[in-house]
Design a protein around this ligand. Sequence first.
Ligand code: GSH
Length: 205
Amino acid sequence: MSNIRLTYFDFDGGRGEPIRLALSIAGIEFEDRRITFKDFPSLLSTFPLGCIPILEMDGETWTQCNALLRYFGKKAGLYPEDPWQAYLCDEILDIMEDVSDAIGKTFGLEGEALKQGREAVAAGMFSKALSLLDKRLQAAGGEYFADKQLSIADLKVFEWARMLGAGFLDHVPTDLVQQVAPAINEHMQRIADEPGVKAYYEKRA
Ligand SMILES: N[C@@H](CCC(=O)N[C@@H](CS)C(=O)NCC(=O)O)C(=O)O
């Protein structure tokens, strides 16, 4: 019986999914608590900062997706030891936080406001981030973002690109990644074939 419980929304993406993936690759058992968007408001007061993911472990509740991802990423051998390579990995994680913040502002919008908001994010922050990610990937050798091997930066970008392609976000073109950053599209397909990633999704299916 695991003493780790991760709480996040019930979809395979966002800030929670890379942590699920890192836990799985590290071989750490955890309870995957998934909550619906509908139930979120009634549970809000139980989250220390009113947001998720949260992770319960050893009788305490822990927050901050990137800190959690780094912690379990280190256990999984998915975080560089070299300080510069670690920076390259961290920069990507924080770019993805800016991306999450930008799209987060569109949740709750409806109708034309949602459409306009989403289109602005797609043409703005999403496209800017994709261009920068593309540039960083090429500079790192084209295969992985840091250390010439799989790291949590690859997992984080992979989850986002995968979610965009799946059409999870209304009004964001599903071919945005292909259009703006072909190298990130190829990266997504390659990371999907990494043994630990493949094993996780085979188990989920
Ligand atoms: N700094 C936090 C941000 C977490 C966050 O904003 N989570 C979103 C979901 S991806 C959330 O709970 N949003 C609902 C809200 O803030 O009301 C982290 O890194 O974990």
